[in-house]
Design a protein around this ligand. Structure first.
Ligand code: G3I
Length: 347
């Protein structure tokens, strides 16, 4: 076995997120890596509402269509990301022509139109949708997004119902970050139980894997896999990447953009990773994949948030121009040594 997808065959899908650059330049070397090692894809940005429905009723499916065509032609398990998300939602969604906040009825209708149009277009092609993204806060309470402010908790139920109407066969997921935090775990479990009690179809929970060298604790991550799985839904590890860079200080605020010294301190490895950090990186990825393999009966997919390190959003957050090494393939598309280790681990 020499590829990730062979190694995890029969356990879970192994996926990667594709950017517009990947989709528009399919001849590039990273696409070869994708085809060799991965069997599932998700669009990193190009199926979000702000990208697809720029103005009311004005849809742009150019990149999304190409993404789907690519997936079908290459026999990929295609995942849709994401229908309802407070971030990257177009502003018109929540306001009328006078700039006033719309009524619950109007917002629900807009959600319905958006979801029916997008899910309907890719019916039978997209196997599962991140229906709602990031609606619960780390303490387990509801995020006070526009969706929540206008519709209350019902927006969640409505989103899943509209998606189910548009493609009854598609799997429907809730996807969020910090899913190993105890407070969030409780909040998400409660929210999903509530949906289930109302007869709403939900098939899976996506645990975004934006992890660091220290956080989250692997034991807490495992507790969440178990807790979500006990709801009778599949668990997916989505958006996996392992940042080796220091986390930004939350109290820096606007100073981040002007304080050059601080910015440099956030970008310590421009020339490659020191050996000790590389070792921590390898151990951390191995430990997480060991966990995923131990629970492969509960996990249907593990998706990396990009193909090679150069793709990663982590290079541009929270300040532009960082050099991070969060993925499994180097910038030149060579596999990191961890790839071989993961293949051996799965054997
Ligand atoms: O739209 C402009 C484009 O016209 C321009 O060419 C480009 C040049 O930099 O900027 C473009 O938009 C950027 C977009 O990515 C596409 O590259 C946005 O500024 C930038 O904010 C956006 O970032 C994305 C982010 O979601 C938005 O919140 C990241 O690529 C994407 O990786 C990230 O993904 C999210 C998941 O969807 C949900 N979970 C968290 C995860 C990380 O934030």
């Amino acid at each position: 076995t020499e590829t990730l997808k062979e190694a995890f065959e029969g356990k879970f899908h192994i996926g990667a997120a594709l950017s517009a650059n990947h989709i528009n330049n399919q001849g590039q070397a990273s696409m070869e890596v994708l085809n060799t090692h991965f069997n599932s894809i998700v669009a990193e940005n190009n199926m979000k509402s702000g990208m697809i429905q720029i103005r009311e009723g004005e849809f742009n499916f150019d990149v999304a269509d190409k993404f789907i065509e690519y997936g079908e032609a290459n026999d990929m398990h295609i995942v849709g990301h994401t229908l309802i998300w407070h971030s990257q939602a177009p502003r018109w969604f929540f306001t009328d022509s006078d700039g006033n906040t719309v009524s619950p009825e109007v917002l629900a209708q807009r959600m319905k139109d958006h979801i029916h149009t997008v899910v309907g277009r890719y019916k039978g092609k997209v196997k599962g949708w991140d229906v709602v993204n990031e609606a619960i806060l780390d303490d387990g309470s509801w995020r006070k997004s526009k969706f929540y402010e206008i519709l209350g908790e019902d927006f969640m139920k409505l989103a899943f119902q509209f998606a189910h109407e548009a493609d009854p066969e598609a799997e429907l997921y809730y996807n969020d970050f910090s899913m190993a935090q105890p407070g969030k775990r409780e909040g998400v479990v409660k929210m999903v139980k509530n949906l289930q009690a109302q007869g709403v179809k939900i098939d899976g929970i996506g645990m975004q894997g934006h992890i660091g060298l220290e956080h989250p604790k692997i034991q807490e991550f495992e507790k969440s896999i178990l807790a979500y799985s006990e709801l009778g839904v599949t668990v997916m590890i989505t958006e996996l990447d392992l940042s080796v860079l220091p986390s930004p200080r939350r109290d820096m605020g606007a100073e981040i953009s002007t304080n050059i010294e601080y910015q440099q301190s956030l970008n310590p490895y421009t020339e490659g990773l020191p050996e000790d950090v590389q070792k921590q990186f390898d151990e951390r990825y191995l430990a997480f994949f060991k966990l995923f393999l131990d629970h492969h009966d509960k996990i249907s997919r593990v998706t990396l948030w990009g193909i090679n390190d150069g793709d990663s959003w982590k290079n541009g957050w929270p300040v532009r121009g960082r050099t991070d090494y969060p993925l499994l393939f180097n910038r030149d598309n060579t596999p990191k040594s961890i790839v071989k280790d993961l293949i051996e681990l799965a054997a």
